[in-house]
Design a binder for this molecule. Structure first.
Ligand code: KG4
Ligand code: ZN
Length: 357
């Protein structure tokens, strides 16, 4: 039964896990996350320099806790995996160097993992994961993408955001409303008591140069501007901000846009399963609306477990195990560095023995 130690340090969570693949599927043996959220929230967003420093401080403790839970020496593992792209360069470097050092010391293969492939693999940590082909809506702080997943780790991006990612929009609107970072959970919390139809907000579309719209693409900049105007006009009128109604209306329109474009895409692609992953996939309104809408089209919705929606190392381990299941001797060069930007369809390059970066 292949077992891997995995590391995730691409942004503001330091995470370490041990994951195995046995007859009943992917199993998380140990998983630890040290969140830096409290520290970054003072600045209203992630400060790259602080993130790297905190990763360096947290990783030794997390490693020893995870290995204690695992209860066996590193040498019995089958591989070491770490996220190497995309993300903050300095932050990625911490996990990558730790992973490559462990691999070299224990003569184990090292697998550099694409962060989005990790998010996609988080669905494998459910009891009954879907069978490819299926469509994934990946919604995080850095990405909003519709991806068709085939067998053999073959991914095709069909839709994307042309400006902010959905999570980024949550974070910015939370800031506008005076709510703490990260914005998604803050907005979700106050929106529970709000009227989601209190404000009429735009569902941004992206025009095609030849006319019409890209059917599966997203834009959140118009929505952000509309929210800003609402807030300004309420403040100018001297009234206090109806934070709960504003939060609920914003959350509702984001969920509707994500659901409508996903439903169109999954049907046009003749697929029967839709998978929801990434930090924003933890949002209850989005999960509920997606399931309700999908039911009427007989489409099955699979959601990542909430604990594995936001950044974690278990999903990175699952992605590595999937690669190894596909090809037993997959490994990355120990010379492989990190890359802040890398499209998902270039993740194959991470296993070139002459690495691209
Ligand atoms: O996947 P993730 O942990 O990191 C990235 O790879 O970006 O996603 C973080 C994002 C943040 O923007 C955060 O505000 C958002 O996910 N998020 C949520 C919720 N929980 C986290 N957005 C909406 N509702 C939530 N419950
Ligand atoms: Zn992420």
């Amino acid at each position: 039964m292949p077992t891997v130690l995995s590391l995730e340090t691409s942004c503001d969570e330091t995470a370490v896990a041990v994951v195995t693949l046995n007859a009943s599927g992917f199993e998380v043996i140990a998983s630890r996350i040290a969140s830096q959220v409290a520290e970054h929230s003072k600045w209203g967003g992630v400060v790259p320099e602080i993130a790297s420093r905190r990763h360096v401080e947290a990783i030794p403790h997390l490693l020893s806790e995870v290995l204690e839970d695992f209860g066996q020496p590193v040498g019995v593992l089958d591989a070491i995996a770490a996220t190497v792209a995309p993300g903050l360069a300095g932050a990625l470097m911490v996990g990558s160097i730790t992973g490559r050092t462990l691999a070299a010391l224990h003569s184990l293969p090292f697998l550099g993992i694409h962060h989005l492939e990790g998010h996609l693999a988080s669905i494998l940590l459910t009891k009954n994961p879907p069978k490819p082909p299926y469509l994934v809506l990946l919604v995080s702080g850095g990405h909003t993408e519709l991806i068709r997943v085939e067998e053999n780790c073959f991914f095709k991006r069909l839709g994307r955001s042309h400006d902010d990612a959905a999570g980024e929009a949550f974070d910015k609107i939370a800031r506008l409303l005076g709510l703490p970072y990260p914005g998604g959970p803050s907005i979700e919390r106050v929106a529970q008591n709000g009227n989601c139809h209190a404000f009429s907000l735009p569902k941004g579309r992206v025009s095609r140069p030849e006319g019409g719209f890209y059917p599966y693409d997203f834009s959140f900049s118009g929505l952000k501007t509309a929210m800003l105007r609402q807030v300004q006009s309420i403040k100018t009128g001297g009234a206090s901000l109806p934070i709960e109604d504003l939060a609920a209306s914003f959350e509702q329109v984001v969920a509707e846009v994500l659901v409508e474009r996903s439903m169109k895409c999954v049907q046009d692609q003749n697929l029967k399963s839709l998978v929801l992953v990434g930090g924003v996939a933890a949002n209850q309104r989005l999960r509920k609306l997606m399931k309700k809408r999908a039911e009427s089209y007989s489409i099955e919705v699979y959601c990542s477990p909430k604990e594995f929606c936001t950044d974690n190392a278990a999903m990175v381990g699952a992605a590595a195990l999937k690669r190894l299941e596909l090809k037993k001797d997959t490994f990355s060069s120990l010379e492989l560095g990190v890359c802040p930007r890398l499209p998902l369809d270039q993740s194959e390059f991470l296993y070139d023995q002459e690495p691209p970066f």
